[in-house]
Design a protein around this ligand. Structure first.
Ligand code: C2E
Ligand code: CA
Ligand code: CA
Ligand code: CA
Length: 279
């Protein structure tokens, strides 16, 4: 029994070591990924439930490494946050996304919002508002067309400092969204004090719609309370008509998910948005 216990421990130890080794290897590869052109940005459309129009898109980062294959952002973004690379990568994503949006605008697609995910490190760095202003200037995107997404946990971690930082973005005229809403512990009463414009309901609650009464209760409550606070509500991870119908019935403003479209490259997304517009 003792030997078996020891073997189990060894295996656990080995897999820990393998995981630490993979993280170190990936972090090293990520250092070169940007210069080598291994990173790209894809865009997932967002749709209004009231008008069925595409309102904009969310920029999502992708990494295809020749050595390691396609690596999920959930794996490499935490690495980039740990070693500070997210500052450079995040600025690159912001610029790419604004360039794509500006191209769509030049092709006659006005009134769209581009959403870009922002990590806590970017927010807390002194001059990120300056970076955003410069990217907007360089690309010609009006601030009203840009929305920055922050996860709920990020906002809660550093309440007072965060509120101050967020104010700088709002003064720029950029919109702010709370991402993955419902997964953290914040109350909407607390959110009322932050200068945010949009709440994105986490896809775990949307996945529950149709078979779990709790997911439905949370979703309808968040929509009603967010509207009470004058906030725009987006449901994430909408995958079928049942979910979309439920959300429309409960006056959710917008949906995003495979039901509308998978994330697309910039050209394909522009074509998608155009096809969904009435002539
Ligand atoms: P997120 O911001 O919550 O992004 C939504 C994720 O849900 C994306 O995963 C998207 O591909 C996926 N998704 C969209 N529709 C559906 C659906 O109908 N069903 C399901 N099951 N999934 C759906 P992705 O692209 O793998 O990104 C994962 C996370 O990585 C993002 O979650 C975000 O937190 C982070 N991320 C991605 N790009 C960036 C970036 O440029 N900067 C930062 N800081 N984080 C990023
Ligand atoms: Ca997001
Ligand atoms: Ca999300
Ligand atoms: Ca997420």
């Amino acid at each position: 029994a003792k030997a078996a216990g020891r073997r189990t421990w060894m295996r656990y130890d080995d897999s820990m070591e393998a995981s630490i080794r993979r993280r170190a290897t990936l972090a090293g590869a990520l250092h070169k990924a940007l210069d080598r052109g291994e990173l790209r940005v894809v865009y997932q459309p967002r749709q209004s439930l009231a008008t069925a129009r595409i309102t904009g898109a969310e920029a999502l980062l992708r990494w295809s490494s020749p050595e390691h294959g396609e690596i999920a952002p959930d794996e490499f973004i935490p690495l980039a946050e740990e070693n500070g690379m997210i500052l450079e990568i995040g600025e690159w994503v912001l610029r790419e996304a604004c360039l794509a949006l500006q191209r769509w605008r030049q092709h006659g697609l006005g009134g769209l919002t581009m959403s870009v995910n922002m990590s806590v490190l970017q927010l807390l760095r002194g001059d990120f508002a300056g970076v955003v202003r410069r990217v907007l200037d360089d690309t010609g995107v009006p601030p009203q067309a840009l929305e920055l997404e922050l996860t709920e946990s990020v906002l809660m971690a550093n309440a007072a400092q965060t509120a101050l930082k967020l104010q700088a973005f709002r003064e720029l005229g950029v919109s702010l969204a709370i991402d993955d809403f419902g997964t953290g512990y914040s109350s909407l009463a607390y959110l009322k004090r932050l200068p945010i414009t949009t709440i994105k309901i986490d896809r775990t609650f949307i996945a529950d719609l149709g078979h779990d009464p709790e997911g439905a209760a949370i979703t309808t409550t968040v929509i009603a309370m967010a509207h009470g606070l004058g906030l725009n509500v987006v449901a994430e991870g909408v995958e079928n008509q049942v979910q979309a119908d439920f959300l429309a019935l409960h006056h959710c403003d917008e949906i995003q998910g495979y039901w509308v479209s998978r994330p697309l490259d910039a050209m394909a997304c522009m074509a998608f948005i155009r096809n969904r517009r009435p002539p």
